[in-house]
Design a protein around this ligand. Structure first.
Ligand code: GLV
Ligand code: GLV
Length: 351
């Protein structure tokens, strides 16, 4: 009987060719070939007795799927950096490895984050809509038409400007590096979900070094409430999952400055969408840029966010450059092949 590998989406010729390392007399490669996520039925039908499973973030890998797969499964490889679609404790208790694709997407996601910071502060979403709807003639060139807050130290270079990060990992730091030329006087971040204690912390040695190398005034950790209250721009780049569910809630949004902008390029579940809609309607904050929304991809045209001119919403394209997606695909297949052959994964989630 041949061993089997299940791949839930065709991920390009170059990545698929890495499977040639596996002898086809020994291995069956079962591929979902449609141009849409694999159906649950298809995965459940094919996963029994598989040694390896490659998934995208549209595929939920939970207890019941692992039960169906059975004890042969050694590796789950996800073509994503986030793994909130994977039940890591269910994997851990079965000794199944989890591969993921960090680093190769850091620049692409950081770029998209900056794009949303700029679009959201500068009314680019509303501007595009007005132009497409033929309303440019009505705008003339009003002296303050479509004006928004300026990122950074401002026209004379002296305005204090604080960027707050909720989550300060690789992508957040790459985003800060891209924003540093705007003359950022302060970067405050939180890596924990605790709201209060401890208060703002003295910059660590690593924070000091990073501030110096990027030319950012100062960088230090602080609780969520402090990030909310002090930031001119809040960027959410933390993992999804239960521990970060709705950490951007009504309380956070009410604490934000009226001219501040909220950008989320991580997972939609971190933001309470209803609270965000209220915050925009009632002008607690200036605007928002989102690449992810809770409940995606089922965000229809009548979603309340989409009626708000100050919400710029993109359909989860953070890592969507051709180079990055190809690198992610190659890394995902490399992890898969290494996993089924019992070798070290190139990038393994420590679960
Ligand atoms: C995309 O959101 C990813 O986790 O790779
Ligand atoms: C993800 O790669 C992160 O650490 O931000």
């Amino acid at each position: 009987e041949k061993k089997r590998i299940v791949i839930s989406r065709y991920i390009g010729e170059r990545a698929m060719s890495l499977l040639n390392e596996l002898d086809r007399d020994e291995w069956d490669i079962i591929l979902w070939k449609e141009n849409e996520p694999a159906s649950r039925e298809w995965i459940e039908k094919n996963v029994p007795n598989a040694t390896g499973l490659l998934v995208l973030l549209t595929d939920k890998v939970n207890e019941s799927l692992l039960e169906i797969a059975g004890p042969s499964l050694r590796i789950v490889s996800t073509m994503s950096v986030g793994y909130d679609h994977v039940d890591t404790s269910a994997l851990r208790k079965r000794g199944i490895k989890l591969g993921f694709t960090p680093d190769v997407l850091t620049f692409a996601v950081a770029d998209l984050t900056v794009l949303l910071c700029l679009m959201a502060t500068r009314n680019a979403g509303e501007g595009l809509t007005l132009v497409k709807n033929g309303q440019w003639p009505n705008l003339a060139f009003g002296p303050f038409t479509l004006c928004g807050p300026q990122i950074g130290a401002g026209v004379d270079g002296t305005k204090p400007y604080t960027v707050g990060f909720v989550g300060f990992g690789r992508i957040a730091q790459a985003t800060l590096k891209r924003l540093a030329p705007y003359d950022i006087s302060r970067c405050i971040y939180t890596n924990s979900t605790s709201r209060q204690a401890p208060g703002p912390q003295a910059p660590s040695e690593a924070d000091k070094e990073l501030a110096k190398s990027l030319g950012v005034g100062e960088i230090f950790a602080a609780p969520l409430d402090y990030v909310a209250k002090e930031s001119d721009l809040v960027i959410v780049l933390a993992p999804g999952g239960p521990s970060t569910m709705h950490i951007i809630d009504e309380r956070f949004l009410r604490a934000m400055k009226n001219h501040a902008v909220l950008v989320n390029t991580s997972r939609g579940t971190l933001v309470d969408t209803d609270a965000l809609v209220t915050a925009l309607r009632e002008k607690w904050i200036w605007g928002t840029g989102l690449d992810v929304v809770e409940g995606e991809p089922l965000i229809k045209a009548d979603h309340p966010l989409l009626a708000l001119p100050r919400a710029v919403v993109l359909p989860h394209i953070g890592s969507a450059t051709t180079d990055t997606r190809e690198a992610m695909a190659m890394l995902a297949v490399t992890n898969l092949v290494n996993g089924v052959l019992g070798r070290e994964l190139e990038r393994e989630v420590k679960i």
